[in-house]
Ligand binder design. Structure first.
Ligand code: ZN
Length: 72
């Protein structure tokens, strides 16, 4: 088995065929830290991140939510 070409990235193992390119849609500060609403510019998957401290990398607060196609 030679499946480690892409390198270890446990965060990415759930859904992705590509590496999500997260863009911050909106953010607001709570008592827990900064909550970031991010969306992948490539596929539209959304996630909510929590950045406990400015300068620290945000961690995933929610699971990734794939875009739904209900309605139009
Ligand atoms: Zn994506």
């Amino acid at each position: 088995m030679t499946s480690s070409l892409l390198g270890p990235s446990p965060d990415m193992l759930t859904t992705s065929e590509h590496e999500h390119a997260w863009r911050t849609e909106s953010a607001h500060t709570t008592s827990e830290g900064r909550v970031l609403y991010v969306e992948c510019v490539a596929c539209g998957t959304r996630r909510v991140d929590l950045q406990p401290h400015t300068g620290l990398p945000p961690t995933a607060l929610s699971t990734m939510v794939a875009p739904t196609r209900s309605g139009r």
